[in-house]
Ligand binder design. Structure first.
Ligand SMILES: NC(=O)c1ccc[n+]([C@@H]2O[C@H](COP(=O)([O-])OP(=O)(O)OC[C@H]3O[C@@H](n4cnc5c(N)ncnc54)[C@H](OP(=O)(O)O)[C@@H]3O)[C@@H](O)[C@H]2O)c1
Ligand SMILES: [Zn+2]
Length: 373
Protein backbone atom coordinates (compact mmCIF):
# COMPACT_ATOMS: atom_id res chain seq x y z
CA UNK A 1 0.00 0.00 0.00
CA UNK A 2 2.71 2.43 0.98
CA UNK A 3 4.44 1.99 -2.34
CA UNK A 4 1.18 2.71 -4.21
CA UNK A 5 0.59 5.74 -1.96
CA UNK A 6 3.97 7.07 -2.99
CA UNK A 7 3.21 6.43 -6.64
CA UNK A 8 -0.10 8.32 -6.57
CA UNK A 9 1.31 11.14 -4.47
CA UNK A 10 4.16 11.43 -6.99
CA UNK A 11 1.57 11.96 -9.69
CA UNK A 12 -0.22 14.59 -7.57
CA UNK A 13 3.10 16.40 -7.06
CA UNK A 14 3.77 16.32 -10.78
CA UNK A 15 0.37 17.92 -11.37
CA UNK A 16 1.00 20.48 -8.62
CA UNK A 17 4.22 21.63 -10.29
CA UNK A 18 2.23 22.70 -13.36
CA UNK A 19 1.06 25.69 -11.32
CA UNK A 20 4.61 27.05 -10.95
CA UNK A 21 4.74 30.72 -11.90
CA UNK A 22 0.95 30.98 -12.08
CA UNK A 23 -0.25 30.39 -8.52
CA UNK A 24 2.19 32.34 -6.34
CA UNK A 25 1.90 33.64 -3.66
CA UNK A 26 -0.38 30.63 -3.23
CA UNK A 27 1.20 27.19 -2.92
CA UNK A 28 1.33 24.71 -5.81
CA UNK A 29 -1.12 21.91 -5.05
CA UNK A 30 -2.11 18.76 -6.92
CA UNK A 31 -4.83 16.20 -6.22
CA UNK A 32 -5.55 12.73 -7.60
CA UNK A 33 -8.53 10.53 -6.75
CA UNK A 34 -8.03 6.78 -6.88
CA UNK A 35 -10.45 3.86 -6.55
CA UNK A 36 -9.13 0.28 -6.44
CA UNK A 37 -5.76 1.50 -7.63
CA UNK A 38 -7.35 3.15 -10.65
CA UNK A 39 -7.11 6.89 -11.32
CA UNK A 40 -10.66 8.28 -11.48
CA UNK A 41 -10.01 12.04 -11.44
CA UNK A 42 -7.26 14.59 -10.99
CA UNK A 43 -6.75 18.33 -10.76
CA UNK A 44 -4.34 21.03 -9.70
CA UNK A 45 -4.41 24.62 -8.54
CA UNK A 46 -3.70 26.30 -11.83
CA UNK A 47 -3.80 30.06 -11.24
CA UNK A 48 -3.81 32.53 -8.36
CA UNK A 49 -7.32 33.00 -6.97
CA UNK A 50 -8.58 30.04 -9.03
CA UNK A 51 -10.25 26.86 -7.75
CA UNK A 52 -8.14 24.70 -5.47
CA UNK A 53 -6.75 21.35 -6.61
CA UNK A 54 -9.34 19.34 -4.63
CA UNK A 55 -12.23 21.33 -6.16
CA UNK A 56 -10.92 20.73 -9.68
CA UNK A 57 -10.42 17.00 -9.08
CA UNK A 58 -13.77 16.46 -7.30
CA UNK A 59 -15.69 18.34 -9.99
CA UNK A 60 -14.34 15.82 -12.54
CA UNK A 61 -15.27 12.79 -10.42
CA UNK A 62 -18.38 10.59 -10.31
CA UNK A 63 -19.75 11.19 -6.74
CA UNK A 64 -20.66 7.51 -6.32
CA UNK A 65 -17.12 6.40 -7.02
CA UNK A 66 -15.76 9.20 -4.84
CA UNK A 67 -17.28 7.50 -1.75
CA UNK A 68 -15.12 4.41 -2.32
CA UNK A 69 -12.00 6.37 -3.13
CA UNK A 70 -8.72 7.58 -1.70
CA UNK A 71 -7.98 11.25 -2.32
CA UNK A 72 -4.29 12.21 -2.55
CA UNK A 73 -3.51 15.89 -1.95
CA UNK A 74 -0.02 17.40 -1.82
CA UNK A 75 -0.95 19.93 0.90
CA UNK A 76 -3.39 19.86 3.81
CA UNK A 77 -6.85 20.86 2.50
CA UNK A 78 -7.91 24.36 3.54
CA UNK A 79 -10.47 24.82 6.28
CA UNK A 80 -10.99 28.59 6.04
CA UNK A 81 -12.75 30.91 3.65
CA UNK A 82 -10.05 32.48 1.51
CA UNK A 83 -10.70 33.39 -2.11
CA UNK A 84 -12.70 30.13 -2.32
CA UNK A 85 -14.80 28.13 0.20
CA UNK A 86 -12.99 25.54 2.37
CA UNK A 87 -11.95 22.31 0.61
CA UNK A 88 -12.39 20.37 3.85
CA UNK A 89 -16.18 21.03 3.71
CA UNK A 90 -16.27 19.72 0.16
CA UNK A 91 -14.41 16.55 1.17
CA UNK A 92 -16.65 16.02 4.21
CA UNK A 93 -19.72 16.35 2.00
CA UNK A 94 -18.45 13.73 -0.47
CA UNK A 95 -17.08 11.36 2.20
CA UNK A 96 -14.18 9.62 0.47
CA UNK A 97 -12.88 6.62 2.43
CA UNK A 98 -9.45 8.01 2.95
CA UNK A 99 -7.47 11.21 2.39
CA UNK A 100 -3.68 11.04 2.03
CA UNK A 101 -1.79 14.30 2.48
CA UNK A 102 1.88 14.95 1.74
CA UNK A 103 2.33 17.72 4.31
CA UNK A 104 0.31 19.84 6.68
CA UNK A 105 -0.08 23.51 5.72
CA UNK A 106 1.82 25.92 7.97
CA UNK A 107 -0.53 28.72 6.86
CA UNK A 108 -1.89 29.92 10.23
CA UNK A 109 -5.59 29.70 9.29
CA UNK A 110 -5.19 26.08 8.12
CA UNK A 111 -2.43 24.38 10.08
CA UNK A 112 -3.72 21.10 11.53
CA UNK A 113 -7.38 22.15 11.47
CA UNK A 114 -8.04 20.58 8.09
CA UNK A 115 -6.71 17.22 9.29
CA UNK A 116 -8.71 17.35 12.52
CA UNK A 117 -11.96 18.20 10.71
CA UNK A 118 -11.56 15.31 8.27
CA UNK A 119 -10.91 12.86 11.12
CA UNK A 120 -13.85 14.19 13.14
CA UNK A 121 -16.02 13.36 10.14
CA UNK A 122 -14.92 9.70 9.99
CA UNK A 123 -12.53 10.01 7.08
CA UNK A 124 -9.23 8.12 7.44
CA UNK A 125 -6.33 10.53 7.14
CA UNK A 126 -2.65 9.79 6.53
CA UNK A 127 -0.07 12.56 6.49
CA UNK A 128 3.56 12.58 5.37
CA UNK A 129 3.65 10.60 2.11
CA UNK A 130 6.47 12.15 0.00
CA UNK A 131 6.64 15.01 2.48
CA UNK A 132 10.25 15.88 1.61
CA UNK A 133 9.38 16.22 -2.09
CA UNK A 134 6.30 18.29 -1.25
CA UNK A 135 8.36 20.64 0.95
CA UNK A 136 10.96 20.95 -1.79
CA UNK A 137 8.33 21.80 -4.40
CA UNK A 138 6.80 24.53 -2.25
CA UNK A 139 10.01 25.76 -0.62
CA UNK A 140 9.47 29.36 -1.89
CA UNK A 141 5.91 29.42 -0.47
CA UNK A 142 7.12 27.97 2.83
CA UNK A 143 9.97 30.47 3.06
CA UNK A 144 7.69 33.44 2.37
CA UNK A 145 5.31 32.23 5.09
CA UNK A 146 7.94 31.59 7.74
CA UNK A 147 10.52 34.32 7.02
CA UNK A 148 8.35 36.91 5.21
CA UNK A 149 11.02 37.08 2.51
CA UNK A 150 11.01 35.78 -1.05
CA UNK A 151 12.96 32.80 -2.34
CA UNK A 152 16.18 34.03 -3.94
CA UNK A 153 17.50 32.46 -7.13
CA UNK A 154 21.00 33.45 -8.29
CA UNK A 155 21.85 33.17 -11.97
CA UNK A 156 25.09 33.78 -13.77
CA UNK A 157 26.85 32.78 -16.94
CA UNK A 158 30.59 32.25 -16.91
CA UNK A 159 33.40 31.05 -19.12
CA UNK A 160 35.04 27.71 -18.48
CA UNK A 161 37.82 29.58 -16.67
CA UNK A 162 35.32 31.20 -14.32
CA UNK A 163 35.03 34.72 -15.79
CA UNK A 164 31.82 36.74 -15.60
CA UNK A 165 33.23 39.24 -18.10
CA UNK A 166 36.52 39.84 -19.91
CA UNK A 167 39.28 41.96 -18.36
CA UNK A 168 37.61 44.98 -20.06
CA UNK A 169 34.16 44.14 -18.66
CA UNK A 170 32.72 42.74 -21.89
CA UNK A 171 30.14 40.01 -21.28
CA UNK A 172 28.03 39.82 -24.43
CA UNK A 173 27.60 36.96 -24.90
CA UNK A 174 29.13 34.32 -22.70
CA UNK A 175 26.42 31.68 -22.92
CA UNK A 176 24.71 30.38 -26.04
CA UNK A 177 21.21 31.11 -27.26
CA UNK A 178 19.72 28.02 -25.66
CA UNK A 179 21.05 29.01 -22.22
CA UNK A 180 19.77 32.53 -22.68
CA UNK A 181 16.34 31.22 -23.66
CA UNK A 182 16.34 29.22 -20.43
CA UNK A 183 17.02 32.41 -18.45
CA UNK A 184 14.14 34.18 -20.17
CA UNK A 185 11.85 31.37 -19.07
CA UNK A 186 12.97 31.80 -15.44
CA UNK A 187 12.35 35.54 -15.74
CA UNK A 188 8.85 34.77 -17.00
CA UNK A 189 7.83 33.00 -13.79
CA UNK A 190 9.43 35.13 -11.03
CA UNK A 191 8.14 38.27 -9.32
CA UNK A 192 11.33 40.34 -9.51
CA UNK A 193 14.55 40.40 -11.52
CA UNK A 194 17.25 42.19 -9.56
CA UNK A 195 20.65 43.59 -10.63
CA UNK A 196 23.30 45.90 -9.23
CA UNK A 197 23.82 49.32 -10.82
CA UNK A 198 27.22 48.13 -12.14
CA UNK A 199 25.44 45.69 -14.44
CA UNK A 200 22.74 48.18 -15.38
CA UNK A 201 25.44 50.70 -16.43
CA UNK A 202 27.75 48.22 -18.16
CA UNK A 203 25.17 46.21 -20.09
CA UNK A 204 22.12 48.50 -20.36
CA UNK A 205 19.87 45.42 -20.05
CA UNK A 206 16.09 45.21 -20.50
CA UNK A 207 15.65 42.32 -18.03
CA UNK A 208 12.27 41.44 -19.54
CA UNK A 209 11.26 37.87 -20.39
CA UNK A 210 11.54 37.47 -24.14
CA UNK A 211 10.06 34.12 -25.10
CA UNK A 212 9.33 32.19 -28.27
CA UNK A 213 6.41 33.58 -30.31
CA UNK A 214 4.13 30.75 -29.10
CA UNK A 215 5.05 31.16 -25.41
CA UNK A 216 3.38 33.63 -23.03
CA UNK A 217 5.04 34.82 -19.81
CA UNK A 218 3.43 33.35 -16.69
CA UNK A 219 3.72 36.71 -14.91
CA UNK A 220 5.46 40.05 -15.46
CA UNK A 221 8.43 40.51 -13.13
CA UNK A 222 9.25 43.87 -11.61
CA UNK A 223 12.80 44.86 -12.54
CA UNK A 224 14.79 46.20 -9.62
CA UNK A 225 18.19 47.93 -9.53
CA UNK A 226 20.26 48.44 -6.37
CA UNK A 227 21.53 51.94 -7.01
CA UNK A 228 22.52 53.78 -3.83
CA UNK A 229 23.56 56.97 -5.61
CA UNK A 230 20.83 56.85 -8.22
CA UNK A 231 23.10 56.72 -11.24
CA UNK A 232 20.67 54.95 -13.58
CA UNK A 233 20.04 57.07 -16.67
CA UNK A 234 16.47 58.00 -17.61
CA UNK A 235 17.57 57.09 -21.16
CA UNK A 236 18.52 53.52 -20.19
CA UNK A 237 16.61 50.65 -21.80
CA UNK A 238 15.25 49.73 -18.37
CA UNK A 239 13.65 53.10 -17.79
CA UNK A 240 12.56 53.48 -21.39
CA UNK A 241 10.75 50.14 -21.23
CA UNK A 242 8.78 50.90 -18.07
CA UNK A 243 5.60 50.23 -20.05
CA UNK A 244 6.64 46.56 -20.38
CA UNK A 245 6.77 46.03 -16.62
CA UNK A 246 7.45 47.91 -13.38
CA UNK A 247 10.93 49.29 -12.73
CA UNK A 248 12.02 49.77 -9.11
CA UNK A 249 15.18 51.62 -8.09
CA UNK A 250 16.50 51.13 -4.56
CA UNK A 251 18.42 54.30 -3.66
CA UNK A 252 20.20 55.54 -0.56
CA UNK A 253 18.81 58.41 1.55
CA UNK A 254 21.27 60.90 0.03
CA UNK A 255 20.78 60.03 -3.64
CA UNK A 256 20.74 63.17 -5.86
CA UNK A 257 17.15 64.34 -5.97
CA UNK A 258 17.21 65.63 -9.53
CA UNK A 259 17.85 62.16 -10.96
CA UNK A 260 15.48 60.54 -8.45
CA UNK A 261 12.74 62.87 -9.70
CA UNK A 262 13.59 62.25 -13.35
CA UNK A 263 13.25 58.50 -12.82
CA UNK A 264 10.01 58.97 -10.90
CA UNK A 265 8.64 61.15 -13.70
CA UNK A 266 9.59 58.46 -16.18
CA UNK A 267 7.36 56.03 -14.26
CA UNK A 268 9.90 54.19 -12.07
CA UNK A 269 9.17 53.44 -8.43
CA UNK A 270 11.83 54.63 -5.99
CA UNK A 271 12.53 52.60 -2.85
CA UNK A 272 14.54 54.59 -0.34
CA UNK A 273 16.81 52.41 1.78
CA UNK A 274 17.08 54.22 5.13
CA UNK A 275 20.52 55.19 6.39
CA UNK A 276 20.50 52.62 9.21
CA UNK A 277 19.79 49.82 6.70
CA UNK A 278 22.40 50.94 4.17
CA UNK A 279 24.82 48.15 5.03
CA UNK A 280 22.02 45.68 4.50
CA UNK A 281 20.40 47.18 1.42
CA UNK A 282 19.74 43.79 -0.11
CA UNK A 283 18.16 42.46 3.08
CA UNK A 284 16.01 45.59 3.32
CA UNK A 285 14.87 45.25 -0.29
CA UNK A 286 14.05 41.55 0.13
CA UNK A 287 11.98 42.36 3.19
CA UNK A 288 10.08 44.97 1.21
CA UNK A 289 9.46 42.45 -1.57
CA UNK A 290 8.27 39.95 1.05
CA UNK A 291 5.79 42.53 2.37
CA UNK A 292 4.38 42.64 -1.16
CA UNK A 293 4.05 38.82 -1.03
CA UNK A 294 6.54 38.39 -3.84
CA UNK A 295 7.50 34.71 -3.76
CA UNK A 296 10.47 34.39 -6.16
CA UNK A 297 13.29 36.81 -6.91
CA UNK A 298 15.95 36.28 -9.57
CA UNK A 299 19.37 37.84 -8.87
CA UNK A 300 21.18 38.32 -12.17
CA UNK A 301 24.44 39.84 -10.94
CA UNK A 302 26.88 41.32 -11.21
CA UNK A 303 29.75 40.15 -9.16
CA UNK A 304 29.34 42.69 -6.33
CA UNK A 305 25.66 41.94 -5.86
CA UNK A 306 26.16 38.16 -5.91
CA UNK A 307 29.12 38.55 -3.54
CA UNK A 308 27.12 40.46 -0.96
CA UNK A 309 24.23 38.03 -1.36
CA UNK A 310 26.42 34.97 -0.73
CA UNK A 311 28.23 36.75 2.13
CA UNK A 312 24.84 37.39 3.73
CA UNK A 313 23.64 33.78 3.19
CA UNK A 314 20.71 35.15 1.19
CA UNK A 315 20.73 32.77 -1.80
CA UNK A 316 18.45 29.73 -1.95
CA UNK A 317 18.95 28.37 -5.45
CA UNK A 318 21.60 28.64 -8.17
CA UNK A 319 21.47 28.44 -11.96
CA UNK A 320 24.94 28.65 -13.45
CA UNK A 321 25.60 28.45 -17.19
CA UNK A 322 29.15 27.45 -18.10
CA UNK A 323 30.28 28.26 -21.63
CA UNK A 324 33.13 26.44 -23.40
CA UNK A 325 35.17 29.66 -23.65
CA UNK A 326 38.36 30.77 -21.99
CA UNK A 327 39.20 34.47 -21.67
CA UNK A 328 41.95 34.41 -19.02
CA UNK A 329 43.30 37.59 -17.47
CA UNK A 330 44.13 38.43 -13.88
CA UNK A 331 41.54 41.24 -13.91
CA UNK A 332 38.67 39.32 -15.45
CA UNK A 333 35.68 39.47 -13.13
CA UNK A 334 34.63 36.37 -11.21
CA UNK A 335 30.92 35.64 -10.64
CA UNK A 336 30.90 36.04 -6.88
CA UNK A 337 32.87 38.86 -5.29
CA UNK A 338 32.29 40.01 -1.70
CA UNK A 339 34.32 39.11 1.37
CA UNK A 340 34.10 35.38 0.68
CA UNK A 341 34.93 32.53 3.04
CA UNK A 342 38.22 31.80 4.75
CA UNK A 343 37.74 28.06 4.95
CA UNK A 344 36.41 25.56 2.45
CA UNK A 345 34.18 24.10 5.15
CA UNK A 346 32.36 27.47 5.27
CA UNK A 347 31.52 27.33 1.55
CA UNK A 348 27.89 27.58 0.48
CA UNK A 349 27.10 23.98 -0.35
CA UNK A 350 24.61 23.02 -3.04
CA UNK A 351 22.43 19.93 -2.97
CA UNK A 352 19.87 18.32 -5.28
CA UNK A 353 22.28 19.20 -8.06
CA UNK A 354 21.23 18.71 -11.66
CA UNK A 355 23.50 19.17 -14.64
CA UNK A 356 22.41 19.29 -18.26
CA UNK A 357 24.02 20.25 -21.54
CA UNK A 358 22.38 23.02 -23.51
CA UNK A 359 24.20 22.36 -26.77
CA UNK A 360 27.80 23.06 -25.74
CA UNK A 361 26.98 24.99 -22.57
CA UNK A 362 26.63 23.24 -19.23
CA UNK A 363 23.66 24.26 -17.12
CA UNK A 364 24.32 23.64 -13.44
CA UNK A 365 21.33 23.86 -11.08
CA UNK A 366 21.29 23.35 -7.32
CA UNK A 367 19.82 24.43 -4.00
CA UNK A 368 21.86 26.06 -1.24
CA UNK A 369 22.05 23.81 1.77
CA UNK A 370 20.59 25.92 4.59
CA UNK A 371 22.89 24.46 7.25
CA UNK A 372 25.97 25.61 5.33
CA UNK A 373 24.96 28.67 3.25
N1 LIG B 1 27.91 36.87 -17.07
C1 LIG B 1 26.87 37.20 -16.35
O1 LIG B 1 26.00 36.38 -16.08
C2 LIG B 1 26.78 38.61 -15.85
C3 LIG B 1 25.62 38.98 -15.16
C4 LIG B 1 25.57 40.27 -14.64
C5 LIG B 1 26.65 41.13 -14.83
N2 LIG B 1 27.72 40.74 -15.52
C6 LIG B 1 28.86 41.65 -15.68
O2 LIG B 1 29.25 42.05 -14.38
C7 LIG B 1 29.77 43.37 -14.46
C8 LIG B 1 29.11 44.21 -13.36
O3 LIG B 1 29.41 43.68 -12.10
P1 LIG B 1 29.74 44.63 -10.86
O4 LIG B 1 30.17 43.78 -9.73
O5 LIG B 1 30.63 45.72 -11.33
O6 LIG B 1 28.34 45.33 -10.61
P2 LIG B 1 26.98 44.96 -9.88
O7 LIG B 1 27.09 43.92 -8.87
O8 LIG B 1 25.95 44.79 -10.96
O9 LIG B 1 26.68 46.36 -9.23
C9 LIG B 1 27.50 46.81 -8.19
C10 LIG B 1 26.88 48.00 -7.56
O10 LIG B 1 25.50 47.73 -7.26
C11 LIG B 1 25.19 48.19 -5.98
N3 LIG B 1 25.06 47.03 -5.12
C12 LIG B 1 25.31 45.74 -5.42
N4 LIG B 1 25.04 44.95 -4.36
C13 LIG B 1 24.64 45.74 -3.39
C14 LIG B 1 24.21 45.53 -2.06
N5 LIG B 1 24.13 44.30 -1.54
N6 LIG B 1 23.86 46.57 -1.33
C15 LIG B 1 23.89 47.81 -1.87
N7 LIG B 1 24.28 48.08 -3.11
C16 LIG B 1 24.64 47.06 -3.87
C17 LIG B 1 26.39 49.04 -5.56
O11 LIG B 1 26.26 50.29 -6.17
P3 LIG B 1 26.19 51.66 -5.37
O12 LIG B 1 27.10 51.57 -4.20
O13 LIG B 1 26.51 52.72 -6.34
O14 LIG B 1 24.75 51.68 -4.97
C18 LIG B 1 27.50 48.35 -6.25
O15 LIG B 1 28.62 49.16 -6.44
C19 LIG B 1 29.51 43.88 -15.83
O16 LIG B 1 30.70 43.77 -16.58
C20 LIG B 1 28.49 42.92 -16.37
O17 LIG B 1 28.61 42.79 -17.77
C21 LIG B 1 27.81 39.50 -16.04
ZN1 LIG C 1 -8.67 24.58 -0.57
Amino acid sequence: MEKRDRYWMGLALELASRGRGRVEPNPMVGCVIVENDELIASGHHSYYGGPHAEVNAISRCDPNRLRQSTVYVTLEPCSHFGKTPPCVDLLVRHQPKRVVIAMSDPFPAVSGRGLALLRENSIDVDVGVLETQARHLNAPYLKLLSEKRPWVIAKWAMTLDGALATRDGDSKWISNEMSRRFVHRIRSRVDTVLVGIGTALADDPLLTARLEPNEAPLRIAARLVLDRQCRLSPDSKLVQSVGSGPVLIAVGPFAPLDNVNKLKDAGCEILVVPEEAENQSLGFVLKELGNRRFTNVLLEGGSTLLGSAFDGGLIDEVHCFIAPKIVGGHNAMRPVDGVGKALMEQAAQLSNVQIECLENDVHFHGFVDRRMG
